[in-house]
Design a protein around this ligand. Sequence first.
Ligand SMILES: NC(=O)c1ccc[n+]([C@@H]2O[C@H](COP(=O)([O-])OP(=O)(O)OC[C@H]3O[C@@H](n4cnc5c(N)ncnc54)[C@H](OP(=O)(O)O)[C@@H]3O)[C@@H](O)[C@H]2O)c1
Length: 174
Amino acid sequence: MLVTGASGGVGRFAVQLASRAGAHVTGVVGSPERGEGVRELGAEEIVVGLDDEGEGFDLILESAGGASLAAALARIASGGTIVSFGNSSREATTFDVSGFYGRATGARLYAFLIFDELAREGSGAADLTLLAELVAEDALDPQISLEAGWRESTEAIEALLQRRVAGKAVLHVD
Ligand SMILES: NC(=O)c1ccc[n+]([C@@H]2O[C@H](COP(=O)([O-])OP(=O)(O)OC[C@H]3O[C@@H](n4cnc5c(N)ncnc54)[C@H](OP(=O)(O)O)[C@@H]3O)[C@@H](O)[C@H]2O)c1
Protein backbone atom coordinates (compact mmCIF):
# COMPACT_ATOMS: atom_id res chain seq x y z
CA MET A 1 0.00 0.00 0.00
CA LEU A 2 1.00 3.64 -0.46
CA VAL A 3 0.65 6.53 2.01
CA THR A 4 0.99 10.08 0.69
CA GLY A 5 1.81 12.80 3.22
CA ALA A 6 3.63 10.02 5.12
CA SER A 7 5.74 12.55 7.04
CA GLY A 8 2.67 14.29 8.51
CA GLY A 9 0.55 13.71 11.57
CA VAL A 10 -1.95 11.37 9.92
CA GLY A 11 0.68 9.76 7.70
CA ARG A 12 2.92 8.71 10.59
CA PHE A 13 -0.04 7.01 12.29
CA ALA A 14 -1.12 5.38 9.01
CA VAL A 15 2.35 3.98 8.32
CA GLN A 16 2.56 2.43 11.79
CA LEU A 17 -0.96 0.94 11.79
CA ALA A 18 -0.64 -0.44 8.25
CA SER A 19 2.76 -1.96 8.95
CA ARG A 20 1.43 -3.48 12.16
CA ALA A 21 -1.43 -5.03 10.14
CA GLY A 22 1.10 -6.69 7.82
CA ALA A 23 0.99 -4.37 4.81
CA HIS A 24 4.05 -3.64 2.69
CA VAL A 25 4.10 0.14 3.03
CA THR A 26 5.56 2.77 0.71
CA GLY A 27 5.54 6.33 2.05
CA VAL A 28 5.52 9.45 -0.12
CA VAL A 29 7.32 12.52 1.28
CA GLY A 30 8.26 15.96 -0.03
CA SER A 31 12.01 15.67 0.54
CA PRO A 32 14.53 13.20 2.00
CA GLU A 33 14.67 15.33 5.15
CA ARG A 34 10.88 15.11 5.57
CA GLY A 35 11.15 11.33 5.29
CA GLU A 36 13.47 11.03 8.30
CA GLY A 37 12.11 8.54 10.81
CA VAL A 38 9.31 7.24 8.56
CA ARG A 39 11.17 4.05 7.67
CA GLU A 40 11.66 3.34 11.38
CA LEU A 41 7.85 3.50 11.77
CA GLY A 42 7.47 0.55 9.38
CA ALA A 43 7.65 1.86 5.81
CA GLU A 44 9.72 -0.48 3.64
CA GLU A 45 10.16 2.20 1.00
CA ILE A 46 10.20 5.99 0.98
CA VAL A 47 9.79 7.95 -2.26
CA VAL A 48 10.13 11.69 -2.78
CA GLY A 49 7.01 12.64 -4.74
CA LEU A 50 4.78 10.19 -6.59
CA ASP A 51 5.40 9.48 -10.28
CA ASP A 52 2.58 8.65 -12.69
CA GLU A 53 4.45 5.51 -13.78
CA GLY A 54 5.65 2.53 -11.78
CA GLU A 55 4.34 -0.45 -9.85
CA GLY A 56 0.68 -0.52 -8.89
CA PHE A 57 -0.67 -0.39 -5.33
CA ASP A 58 -3.68 -2.24 -3.91
CA LEU A 59 -4.46 0.53 -1.41
CA ILE A 60 -3.51 4.20 -1.49
CA LEU A 61 -4.18 6.62 1.38
CA GLU A 62 -4.18 9.96 -0.41
CA SER A 63 -4.20 13.34 1.34
CA ALA A 64 -2.08 15.68 -0.80
CA GLY A 65 -4.68 16.11 -3.59
CA GLY A 66 -3.79 17.92 -6.84
CA ALA A 67 -1.08 16.16 -8.87
CA SER A 68 -0.63 13.58 -6.10
CA LEU A 69 -4.22 12.35 -6.48
CA ALA A 70 -3.76 12.25 -10.27
CA ALA A 71 -0.65 10.09 -9.80
CA ALA A 72 -2.55 7.87 -7.35
CA LEU A 73 -5.28 7.34 -9.98
CA ALA A 74 -2.52 6.30 -12.40
CA ARG A 75 -0.87 3.94 -9.88
CA ILE A 76 -3.84 2.15 -8.31
CA ALA A 77 -3.97 -1.55 -9.20
CA SER A 78 -7.01 -3.29 -10.64
CA GLY A 79 -9.52 -3.86 -7.87
CA GLY A 80 -7.61 -1.50 -5.58
CA THR A 81 -8.92 1.39 -3.49
CA ILE A 82 -7.77 4.97 -3.17
CA VAL A 83 -8.95 6.52 0.09
CA SER A 84 -9.10 10.28 -0.52
CA PHE A 85 -9.17 12.20 2.75
CA GLY A 86 -7.28 15.43 2.25
CA ASN A 87 -6.18 18.12 -0.17
CA SER A 88 -3.06 19.51 1.51
CA SER A 89 -1.86 20.98 -1.80
CA ARG A 90 -5.19 22.83 -2.17
CA GLU A 91 -4.90 22.19 -5.90
CA ALA A 92 -7.46 20.76 -8.30
CA THR A 93 -6.82 17.35 -9.89
CA THR A 94 -6.74 16.67 -13.62
CA PHE A 95 -6.44 13.04 -14.65
CA ASP A 96 -6.78 10.69 -17.62
CA VAL A 97 -10.13 9.05 -16.86
CA SER A 98 -9.92 6.53 -19.72
CA GLY A 99 -6.53 5.46 -18.39
CA PHE A 100 -8.17 4.93 -15.00
CA TYR A 101 -11.15 2.79 -15.98
CA GLY A 102 -9.35 1.16 -18.90
CA ARG A 103 -6.27 0.12 -16.94
CA ALA A 104 -7.31 -0.19 -13.30
CA THR A 105 -10.54 -2.11 -13.79
CA GLY A 106 -12.57 -2.47 -10.62
CA ALA A 107 -10.56 0.18 -8.77
CA ARG A 108 -12.43 2.61 -6.53
CA LEU A 109 -11.99 6.12 -5.17
CA TYR A 110 -13.38 6.32 -1.63
CA ALA A 111 -14.25 9.68 -0.05
CA PHE A 112 -13.31 9.49 3.65
CA LEU A 113 -14.49 11.98 6.26
CA ILE A 114 -13.77 10.94 9.84
CA PHE A 115 -16.94 12.38 11.38
CA ASP A 116 -19.13 10.61 8.85
CA GLU A 117 -17.26 7.32 9.40
CA LEU A 118 -17.64 7.58 13.18
CA ALA A 119 -21.36 8.38 12.92
CA ARG A 120 -21.94 5.45 10.58
CA GLU A 121 -19.75 2.88 12.34
CA GLY A 122 -20.36 4.06 15.93
CA SER A 123 -16.80 2.98 16.63
CA GLY A 124 -15.28 6.16 18.11
CA ALA A 125 -14.86 4.91 21.67
CA ALA A 126 -13.56 1.50 20.57
CA ASP A 127 -11.16 3.06 18.04
CA LEU A 128 -9.77 5.56 20.55
CA THR A 129 -9.44 2.81 23.18
CA LEU A 130 -7.43 0.69 20.76
CA LEU A 131 -5.14 3.60 19.84
CA ALA A 132 -4.65 4.59 23.50
CA GLU A 133 -3.83 0.98 24.42
CA LEU A 134 -1.30 0.73 21.61
CA VAL A 135 0.36 3.98 22.74
CA ALA A 136 0.41 2.75 26.36
CA GLU A 137 2.06 -0.51 25.20
CA ASP A 138 4.69 1.45 23.20
CA ALA A 139 3.29 -0.26 20.11
CA LEU A 140 2.25 3.06 18.55
CA ASP A 141 4.29 6.27 18.67
CA PRO A 142 2.12 9.41 18.36
CA GLN A 143 5.15 11.26 16.93
CA ILE A 144 4.61 14.51 18.81
CA SER A 145 7.00 16.85 17.06
CA LEU A 146 5.92 20.23 18.41
CA GLU A 147 4.57 21.21 21.82
CA ALA A 148 3.55 24.74 22.69
CA GLY A 149 1.16 26.75 24.77
CA TRP A 150 -2.34 27.49 23.47
CA ARG A 151 -1.39 31.17 23.07
CA GLU A 152 1.27 30.13 20.53
CA SER A 153 -1.29 28.53 18.22
CA THR A 154 -0.46 30.95 15.37
CA GLU A 155 3.19 29.84 15.31
CA ALA A 156 2.17 26.18 15.52
CA ILE A 157 -0.29 26.51 12.62
CA GLU A 158 2.32 28.35 10.54
CA ALA A 159 4.82 25.56 11.22
CA LEU A 160 2.25 22.97 10.07
CA LEU A 161 1.42 24.91 6.91
CA GLN A 162 5.12 25.39 6.13
CA ARG A 163 5.67 21.63 6.43
CA ARG A 164 8.06 22.00 9.37
CA VAL A 165 6.21 19.64 11.75
CA ALA A 166 7.19 15.96 11.50
CA GLY A 167 4.08 14.46 13.09
CA LYS A 168 1.66 15.91 15.61
CA ALA A 169 1.56 19.41 17.12
CA VAL A 170 0.18 19.53 20.66
CA LEU A 171 -1.00 22.78 22.27
CA HIS A 172 -1.24 22.91 26.08
CA VAL A 173 -3.95 24.92 27.79
CA ASP A 174 -2.29 27.15 30.45
N1 LIG B 1 -10.98 13.47 5.88
C1 LIG B 1 -10.74 13.48 7.17
O1 LIG B 1 -11.54 13.00 7.98
C2 LIG B 1 -9.44 14.09 7.66
C3 LIG B 1 -9.05 13.95 9.00
C4 LIG B 1 -7.83 14.49 9.39
C5 LIG B 1 -7.01 15.14 8.46
N2 LIG B 1 -7.46 15.28 7.19
C6 LIG B 1 -6.60 15.89 6.16
O2 LIG B 1 -5.54 15.00 5.96
C7 LIG B 1 -4.38 15.73 5.56
C8 LIG B 1 -3.21 15.36 6.46
O3 LIG B 1 -3.46 15.82 7.78
P1 LIG B 1 -2.24 15.94 8.79
O4 LIG B 1 -2.81 16.32 10.09
O5 LIG B 1 -1.41 14.71 8.69
O6 LIG B 1 -1.46 17.18 8.17
P2 LIG B 1 0.09 17.50 8.27
O7 LIG B 1 0.66 16.95 9.52
O8 LIG B 1 0.26 18.94 7.95
O9 LIG B 1 0.72 16.64 7.08
C9 LIG B 1 0.42 16.93 5.74
C10 LIG B 1 1.50 16.32 4.87
O10 LIG B 1 1.15 16.54 3.51
C11 LIG B 1 2.30 16.87 2.78
N3 LIG B 1 2.02 18.04 1.95
C12 LIG B 1 1.72 19.29 2.36
N4 LIG B 1 1.56 20.09 1.31
C13 LIG B 1 1.75 19.33 0.22
C14 LIG B 1 1.73 19.60 -1.17
N5 LIG B 1 1.50 20.84 -1.65
N6 LIG B 1 1.96 18.58 -2.02
C15 LIG B 1 2.21 17.35 -1.55
N7 LIG B 1 2.27 17.03 -0.23
C16 LIG B 1 2.03 18.02 0.64
C17 LIG B 1 3.41 17.19 3.77
O11 LIG B 1 4.44 16.25 3.60
P3 LIG B 1 5.86 16.67 3.00
O12 LIG B 1 6.27 17.96 3.60
O13 LIG B 1 6.75 15.53 3.30
O14 LIG B 1 5.59 16.78 1.52
C18 LIG B 1 2.84 16.97 5.14
O15 LIG B 1 3.62 16.11 5.92
C19 LIG B 1 -4.76 17.21 5.62
O16 LIG B 1 -5.07 17.63 4.30
C20 LIG B 1 -5.98 17.23 6.51
O17 LIG B 1 -6.84 18.30 6.20
C21 LIG B 1 -8.64 14.75 6.77
